[in-house]
Ligand binder design. Structure first.
Ligand SMILES: Cc1cc2nc3c(=O)[nH]c(=O)nc-3n(C[C@H](O)[C@H](O)[C@H](O)COP(=O)(O)OP(=O)(O)OC[C@H]3O[C@@H](n4cnc5c(N)ncnc54)[C@H](O)[C@@H]3O)c2cc1C
Length: 362
């Protein structure tokens, strides 16, 4: 019988990026998913690598910066395994600052003048917004998913779709992973089940909650060749500039606490479109191409959980990436692989400890 060194539950971007990193380090890896791989939050995302979003918790920055630095090598590795090149779709973000964002960090560039904005994006209606330009990339998570899945398939990673994790049982030096179709015995286990992690790991005080985001894709009108992301605290407009989705823009996203419900509501989609059109009027009446939703894995303090469960060194968790799981995947894979290899992680993980004290409200 096949006994992996490490068993991962959850074949989203976090679980599969970690599997690839562990495979690279010579570990035998099994990945279980209750459904199809990469069919949940990781392909619902907009794909912004928004390390500088002023709404991010400041403690996220070192992990986010590490991830950005790893992204080119991560994409190269996917290309080497899959022969699929995932391009960046945009290289700049026009970010509106909320009054509360007086000094989000010391590197904040100066506000753009009305003249700058009219050169940059003549269609923009900047009423009531202060804008800055961020040096920030985005990619298409569907392209990323195709490359990641092909990469995993090209290795000896044992990927098992339709294999639902039910529970785990730790012994002194291994862990039993009980699934709907049998038991897997492994040296270590990593829970990467995203928004579902509270149901799969025994987390006494740190709850992961699904936080729904509805999204809509529209065709960009020829009069609006958009080559960068436009983002305010309420709305973002993310153009696809290359690949099969080129010429569309993703408008998102709602933030809702409605359990595991993923239904799409025309009123909410209409509201997203109205917010986008208030900023970019030519987008008001363009054809709607698609609407979807996904469940972000949210924690009470907005920070991920990375490490071993308290008192259970063989049971680790890597989830709670909330709005930044695409951004944080390469760094998460690296630091979790470092922990599993008994190395010192490249960034201090104290803020992300699964045993940390968390305020009751965030
Ligand atoms: C609308 C929206 C927009 C977003 N935009 C961005 C963005 O622009 N940039 C960014 O960085 N991030 C963005 N995110 C966040 C990002 O998508 C998530 O943080 C990230 O996808 C989380 O990845 P994951 O692998 O943890 O979760 P998921 O992709 O949800 O994967 C979890 C997997 O676990 C499996 N699973 C669950 N329970 C079990 C079980 N019992 N047994 C076996 N398998 C199980 C599920 O089937 C699923 O495949 C966005 C998210 C949403 C919803």
């Amino acid at each position: 019988m096949h006994h992996p060194d490490i068993c991962i539950a959850g074949a989203g971007i976090i679980g599969l990026s970690l599997a690839l990193e562990l495979h690279h380090r010579g570990h035998r890896v099994t990945v279980l998913d209750q459904g199809d791989p990469l069919a949940e939050a990781s392909t619902a995302a907009a794909g912004m690598l928004a390390a500088q979003d002023p709404d991010n918790p400041p403690q996220l920055r070192p992990l986010a910066d590490l991830s950005l630095s790893l992204y080119p090598a991560f994409l190269d590795r996917l290309y080497n395994f899959s022969a699929i090149r995932v391009p960046f779709q945009t290289h700049t973000t026009l970010q509106s600052l909320h009054p509360k964002h007086n000094s989000p960090n010391e590197l904040t560039p100066a506000d753009l003048t009305a003249e700058d904005l009219s050169h940059l994006l003549p269609a923009l209606t900047p009423t009531g917004h202060r804008f800055i330009l961020l040096d920030e990339h985005s990619l298409d998570p569907r392209q990323l998913a195709a490359a990641l899945l092909a990469a995993v398939h090209s290795t000896t990673i044992d990927l098992r779709p339709n294999t639902s994790l039910l529970s785990t049982r730790s012994t002194s030096n291994s862990i039993e992973i009980i699934t709907a179709t049998g038991t897997v015995h492994s040296s270590r286990f990593v829970d990467c089940t995203g928004a579902w992690a509270t149901t799969t790991s025994r987390l006494s005080h740190l709850q992961i909650a699904p936080r729904k985001g509805q999204m809509v894709a529209v065709a960009l009108p020829p009069s609006l060749p958009l080559h960068f992301v436009v983002r305010t605290p309420d709305i973002y407009i993310v153009p696809r500039t290359t690949g099969p989705a080129a010429g569309r823009a993703i408008i998102g996203a709602t933030i809702e606490d409605s359990g595991f419900d993923k239904s799409i509501h025309p009123d909410d989609i209409h509201h997203l479109r109205a917010l986008a059109a208030a900023l970019l009027p030519p987008i008001a009446n363009t054809p709607q191409l698609e609407a979807w939703s996904g469940l972000r894995p949210a924690t009470p303090d907005g920070l991920p959980l990375l490490g071993a469960l308290p008192g259970d060194p063989n049971h680790l968790i890597a989830t709670g990436h909330y709005r930044n799981g695409i951004l944080l995947a390469p760094a998460t894979a690296l630091v979790m692989a470092q922990l599993l290899s008994n190395e010192t992680p490249s960034v201090d993980l104290t803020s992300f400890s699964p045993g940390r004290a968390v305020p009751q409200t965030a």
